[in-house]
Design a protein around this ligand. Sequence first.
Ligand code: SF4
Length: 468
Amino acid sequence: MALPRVVAVAPGSPADRAGVQPGDEIVALDGQLPRDIIEYQLLADQASLGLEVSRGGIEISLQVEREGGEPLGMEVDAALFDRVRTCDNHCEFCFIHQLPKGMRKSLYVRDDDYRLSFLYGNFTTLTRFTESDLERVLTEGLSPLFVSIHSTDPEVRARMLRNRRGATSLRWLRALLDGGVEVHGQVVVCPGVNDGDVLEATLAGLLDEYPELASVACVPLGVSRFNHEQAMRPHGAAEAAFVVDLVEQWQEIFLACTGRRLVYAGDEYYLVAGRPFPALETYGAVAQHDNGIGMARAFEAAFEGRDLGEDLGEKGPSGFFRSLEGAPALGYRAPRAPGAVTLLPRRAAGITVLTSEYGARVLAPLIAPLPGDIEVLAVRNEFFGGNIAVAGLLTGADLSAVLAGLPEGRRYLIPDSCVSGGNFLDGMSLQDLPRPVEVVPADGGSLRRALEPAQACAPRRPALAIAK
Ligand code: SF4
């Protein structure tokens, strides 16, 4: 078990006043070594706290005094201090198995750890969940959690996970729901495996066995050119339309039986099927925004400056980590670039927004009515083989190839979802690109603000172009 290392201390904070320094390793908080940031938070939540740290190999005792709910004021280097629990499944559709070698290390972590589900909204299959995990979740109130369901048929689920425990591990889902834990589910739909009748049986099974679920996302598998599983293929337009129709039919059934729509199809299905997205209001308070559920409609509303409402504005994964003092997501869910990085002078000839093919289809109608020289450029994902069209998987190589053919003097905007710590998935950095770019947070409000200086300019260009 690694000792948590302090990476930052806020000036004037209780930790600073007690003499904590960056680089200190925490040996004990209130006499105990926490296993993770959740336990750390619980132990640290008191007005007077004994802290043992190791500094240069010497153990030092410090006393931290907090006044009236003051934050502790120190950050540590990880969220888990013991080992991350990795998955024991071998799913045919696993995207991690479809990554080439040499990408960012954190991308290869196949975690199946309920703590990361609580902290970051990562999905767990529960195949490694135990009785003591259940006790901890219930005692410490670790809610909400995010569970991969895929199928309610035990045999289908075990086959999809390639793990016999997949047939039985949904008993933990039942126990979590019985314990009052808020659980959001997902079904990764694979054509020919768990679509069609199997998907319909799964939706019926959810209503029958797990109606307390807070939401269930039906999302398509991703298929990269590095896929070696012969049976895995992307959905065609008719298959995507089938999923949309089935989910919408079942929303009505869930609405009638539970008062909630409960099940949602990912935005990608609407794009592949060529259907309009459902109205924003139909998504309710679904906390699966990062899973592509209602993301396009929320983006559109924020871009147009419409109020998302309290529920819709809080659709991030668990919400917990936002208010958590302490550890970064590095290693488990890569943090995005911290805010817009402005590298270009604002007095530029015009603006080009470079994004993925799906991203461009969402942005183009929003940008078309704006005055000024603004265009959206769809960048094809050659790196992963063209079946992948989401912005989060854009690579430096593909952006670089497109930017090299574009003129100097324009502002080039890219979404922050494809950048982590200044690097793209393929290891290229922002500085490696042939044109300076601005990294804009991938929400509608941020993009709108980034475009504002251009709106006084003329002339106009066509709003959407496809990079060749
Ligand atoms: S459970 Fe997730 S990480 Fe593990 S093999 Fe399946 S898809 Fe991959």
